[in-house]
Design a protein around this ligand. Structure first.
Ligand SMILES: Nc1ncnc2c1ncn2[C@@H]1O[C@H](COP(=O)(O)OP(=O)(O)OP(=O)(O)O)[C@@H](O)[C@H]1O
Ligand SMILES: [Mg+2]
Length: 274
């Protein structure tokens, strides 16, 4: 049996204002699994991902990430654990004046000795490596551009290039293509899946575009009101389940903002890599 990458046991997260964003979630994600998290706005997807990234401490319940309870290990062990986790935020927190190449190379700062990190800030130490990852995102021409001169979608792709460069054991991505056009979104999500498959690492991605989730991911977790509504392979996710999940929204969201073409689950395209 494959080792477990993520284990949540009755995990809840109540924000400081009293909002319960994650409610009693239990689930296991095996090493090398690729999981899409879908659900309406406010369902708790970002909060859950931040719990998995060890950025938020659960209010109750037990959590293990890559075999460790992040809140019961030493500071050094927590720092080491965080180096093994990569997170792509919807709006990547990249200093605006930073060059794209520096932003990508920052993915490995946690792995480098201090001198190398400082040297890289002054002069990028691995330009070829950064260019390779940006090329996978079709944005290699922006290598020396300033981040504050990029569009939202280009910034998101820089965020993905950074996590690819980081090579973490756990890839967490929070709506990584919400500002990216449909053709490129498919490319970006495809590259994330390819990365996880080839290196045998775990990928958890929250996605608003349900069609992308069903196309690329072998496991779909639907979240609503901070709880798991379903946890199924894509072929078993029915239109009724999707309608129910997004009951408060007028349509099931897709890449192109068009209603998802409702088709029998069995004929949906299968992920290209597994
Ligand atoms: N920092 C915060 N403080 C207080 N409440 C918060 C905070 N962040 C999120 N919430 C609340 O927690 C609930 C879940 O929010 P979350 O951002 O996790 O949802 P989401 O599924 O990611 O939504 P979206 O699809 O819009 O990104 C919402 O009711 C939200 O208002
Ligand atoms: Mg969110």
């Amino acid at each position: 049996m494959k080792p477990v990458s993520i284990k949540l046991d009755q995990v809840s997260l109540v924000h400081a204002n009293g909002q319960r964003a994650v409610n009693n979630i239990s689930c296991e994600i095996g090493s090398g699994e690729r999981v899409a998290i879908i659900g309406p706005s406010g369902a708790g997807k970002t909060t859950l991902l931040r719990v998995l990234a060890t950025a938020l401490r659960p209010s109750s319940g037990e959590i293990r990430i890559l075999g460790k309870d992040p809140w019961r290990v030493s500071r050094t062990a927590l720092r080491e654990l965080r180096c093994r986790i990569g997170m792509v935020h919807q709006a990547p927190p990249i200093p605006p004046r930073q060059r794209v190449v520096t932003a990508v190379l920052a993915g490995r700062l946690g792995h480098w000795p201090l001198w190398k990190g400082l040297a890289s800030l002054a002069y990028p130490v691995d330009i070829a490596g950064a260019r390779r990852m940006l090329a996978r995102m079709e944005i290699a021409d922006k290598l020396f551009e300033r981040c504050d001169r990029l569009s939202g979608g280009q910034m998101q792709r820089v965020g993905v290039a950074r996590i690819l460069y980081q090579q973490p054991d756990l890839l967490l991505t929070d709506e990584p293509v919400s500002a990216v056009d449909p053709a490129l979104s498919d490319r970006v999500i495809g590259e994330l899946n390819r990365e996880a498959s080839e290196r045998g690492v775990t990928l958890v991605a929250s996605l608003h575009a349900v069609d992308l989730a069903l196309h690329w991911f072998p496991r779909i977790i639907g979240i609503r009101n901070g709880e798991i509504a379903f946890d199924l392979p894509p072929v078993r996710v029915t239109d009724a389940m999707l309608k129910d999940l997004y009951a408060s929204e007028s349509t099931v969201p897709t890449q192109g903002n068009e209603p998802l073409a409702m088709q029998p689950a069995g004929v949906r395209r299968k992920p290209l890599c597994s």
